[in-house]
Design a protein around this ligand. Sequence first.
Ligand code: GDP
Length: 138
Amino acid sequence: MEQTLSIIKPDAVKKNVIGEIVKRFESNGLKIKAMKMIKMSQKDAEGFYYVHRERPFYKSLAEFMSSGPVVVIVLEGKDAIKKNRDLMGATDPKKADKGTIRADFADNIEQNAVHGSDSVESAKFEIPFFFSSMEMVN
Ligand code: GDP
């Protein structure tokens, strides 16, 4: 069993597709271990994306991620990290496979509907960034 962090980003929350995205996780064998809606500050988002601090889109990404509420979710399942990345599709929705979350709901390479941990190491940083052990009740 593996755990991964998913974020339903502000663009998807605004589009009212939280339920449709969660349904894709559940119907593909991923279990919701913890979930909540939050609004990050610019500083919170910069902290979360610290690994990207040298990239040209860092400030803009943090601004977008703090522009409205997001839903943070801990998903659990066999190969959860890869399974979630497969369901998400490529970073750029124009390049994302048909039927993936980003192909169906994302606007552009930045406002791309969902985040998903890309490795075990990232998941180990990202899950406790948002959730305490008391919140992992399921
Ligand atoms: P991911 O793992 O597929 O989310 O992609 P990355 O880790 O490479 O990038 C993190 C996030 O930064 C992406 O999900 C996008 O929201 C944003 N991003 C990535 N590449 C670009 C880019 O070229 N331009 C802009 N504006 N944002 C980007």
